[in-house]
Design a protein around this ligand. Structure first.
Ligand code: 6GU
Length: 242
């Protein structure tokens, strides 16, 4: 059982994405517990203020230290609802601040996080976080790619999805995660299903041959070609580029 906490101003944004398919099943089967906490509940003034102007000037508001760090402290003190205390080890939670300034999320980090017992994702809105949040929390900064989103909520959902599907037992078919794109540094090979002929576009003969060795060879070749064409950066890093 892994516990994933999300600290956000918009808990409702998570309702639907976490209620379907693999994540829904993983929750039902007790593989993951996902707890949403609203940072605004920890605001101290009567306006429930959580953001303020940036020192030094400039457009946009910045998430304030106090509400975020009080919310984090509360969440860190709370314990597992389902898992029994004796099953918990003493590893500290991975605390992740979602920001476009972070290191880039990838399949390797997803695997690393899937092996943790506890992850705390902090999703900000507005122009960013007061730097002292990162420092005080001992948080690592993570981004999901080189583009700017309105907040950390969608990135948090992306990370949850990528991590939960890696939990043992989350996928029906045990080895389908091993064949995924990126698991061997290459994109996945093209796939076909019925019918054999769709508007004159035929399924490659080799896939109908029943010759597993030839099929495997073809798939490897196709994976290499697709990676070379769509992701030359990955191709050049793979051991197949020479
Ligand atoms: Cl983690 N946050 C925001 N606001 N934008 C992003 C991102 C995160 N990752 C990519 N773009």
């Amino acid at each position: 059982m892994i516990r994933i906490d999300v600290l956000t101003l918009f808990t409702e944004m998570f309702d639907s994405p976490l209620a379907f398919s693999i994540i829904k099943r993983a929750k039902q089967n007790g593989l993951v517990e996902i707890v949403l906490s609203n940072i605004r509940d920890f605001a101290k003034d009567s306006y429930k203020k959580v953001d303020d102007k940036s020192y030094g000037g400039g457009a946009g508001m910045v998430m304030m230290c106090q509400p975020v760090l009080d919310c984090l402290e509360y969440v860190q003190k709370s314990t597992f609802a389902k898992a029994t205390a004796d099953k918990q080890d003493s590893r500290p939670a991975r605390i992740i601040l979602l920001t476009p300034q972070g290191k880039k999320f990838d399949q390797r980090l997803a695997k690393e996080l899937a092996a943790e017992q506890r992850i705390i994702l902090i999703a900000g809105h507005y122009e960013g976080f007061d730097e002292r949040i990162r420092i005080s929390a001992g948080a690592e900064e993570v981004s999901i790619g080189d583009y700017v989103l309105s907040g950390g909520e969608l990135p948090a959902m992306v990370i949850i999805d990528a991590v939960v599907r890696l939990l043992p037992g989350a996928l029906g078919d045990e080895d389908s995660a091993a064949n995924d794109s990126f698991s061997d540094g290459l994109l996945e090979y093209p796939q076909y299903t019925r019918p054999e002929d769709f508007n004159g576009l035929k399924v490659p003969d080799v896939l109908l041959s029943g010759n597993h060795k030839e099929i495997e060879k073809w798939r490897k070749q196709q994976a290499l070609e697709k990676t070379k064409k769509n992701r030359p950066d990955l191709f050049n890093k793979s051991k197949n580029s020479d």
